[in-house]
Ligand binder design. Structure first.
Ligand code: ADP
Ligand code: MG
Length: 343
């Protein structure tokens, strides 16, 4: 019976509660009046009737408040769930309420269904990003190998031929050959640099410490910025996926520093912290708001910061960017050495 009543919509619950109170009031009142009428006491009768009306009114109000509160409670639950989802708990759902109102119950079911959809879409996006990053790495590796194995070899062969032409009797040919030799040497250097940027061989061969050191050195040469580097704590090699993520974060953070910060000095450190590896890249440049719009197109942060965040997420690490260090920016990535190393 109670179970059946609970299934009634809100307005029927209220009507039933009120009807019950009115019936009790009417029956009780009639009984009282009949009982007191024999006593012939007019004033007492009026006072009693008023008291009765007062009590009835209060009971009715309380009953209404109680029923409405109980019935609308799922709305509070929905708000609380939405809040948890907003703060990143994508598994939060609104539970069933024993005092459920069928219409609200329908809203709860639809709301939970929408959250299921959001969660599965999010998983799919994560999976896609994961695959895009993996495909990008494969492609970079392939192009770097091709540059090294094919393009560089062809350029080298041409360089040898041109060098040979420098022994020509003809002075004009010798002069042209000299110029060509310089051009080929420059091209080979450019191809070599490009290959290193795409996929530094030192990362696979020597590990994170050396590869990041070479990256810092290249950035010093290129930008003229005074960059210190300390990775003395890092003695052993670690998981390839972790090394690659940290290298890519360092690469992006240094490129951003060079492109956007107008810095004159920077520090890069790799250290062992809390059973993980920590990378810090800090500069003394103009800083920025990592949560706001930073680009002229008003689209907020670019792919670089997004990519750093996703890569770090994939190996279970954390990324913090402080852009208001006055002066400068500090990018800190930390990746646990134990546990899920993702890709
Ligand atoms: N070290 C930094 N100093 C100042 N601004 C920065 C720094 N790093 C990033 N930014 C700002 O954040 C924005 C987004 O960076 P990013 O996502 O790498 O995109 P992109 O480098 O392609 O512009 C940059 O356009 C720049 O305004
Ligand atoms: Mg960038």
């Amino acid at each position: 019976m109670i179970e059946r009543l609970q299934l009634f919509p809100l307005q029927y619950k209220l009507i039933i509660a009120n009807v019950v109170i009115v019936i009790i009031g009417a029956a009780g009142g009639t009984w009282l009046v009949a009982k007191l009428a024999s006593g012939n006491d007019g004033l007492r009768l009026v006072l009693l009737a008023m008291g009765f009306a007062l009590v009835g009114g209060w009971m009715s109000t309380l009953a209404n408040i109680w029923v409405v509160r109980k019935t609308l409670k799922p709305l509070d639950d929905i708000a609380a769930t939405a809040d948890r989802v907003r703060h990143g708990d994508y598994t939060a759902r609104t539970g069933a309420d024993p005092f459920r109102d069928p219409q609200l119950e329908q809203i709860v079911v639809s709301f939970n269904g929408a959250l299921d959809q959001v969660e599965s879409d999010r998983d799919r996006i994560k999976d896609l990003v994961n695959r895009v990053i993996a495909a990008q790495e494969d492609e970079r590796k392939r192009i770097a190998r091709e540059l090294h194995d094919d393009t560089s070899q062809v350029l080298f062969a041409q360089l040898l031929r041109v060098s040979a032409m420098k022994n020509s009797e003809n002075e004009e040919i010798r002069a042209v050959a000299g110029q060509l030799e310089d051009m080929f040497a420059e091209s080979m250097e450019a191809v070599r640099r490009l290959g290193h940027e795409l996929r530094p061989p030192s990362l696979d061969d020597l590990g994170l410490r050396e590869a990041t050191g070479a990256l810092v050195q290249r950035m010093r040469d290129r930008s003229g910025i005074d960059i210190t580097y300390d990775a003395s704590e890092l003695r052993e090699r670690t998981d390839e996926a972790i090394e690659l993520v940290l290298y890519r974060v360092a690469q992006e953070a240094l490129t951003n520093m060079w492109k956007h910060a107008h810095a004159t000095a920077a520090n890069v450190t790799l250290a062992l912290v809390d059973d993980g590896i920590e990378l810090v890249v800090e500069d003394n440049g103009r800083g920025f708001n990592p949560h706001g719009e930073n680009r002229s197109d008003g689209k907020g942060l670019g792919l670089g910061v997004f990519g750093m965040q996703e890569r770090v997420d994939l190996v279970g690490g954390t990324l913090e960017i402080e852009g208001d260090r006055n002066p400068g920016t500090r990018v800190r990535a930390w990746i646990p050495l134990t546990g899920d190393s993702g890709a």
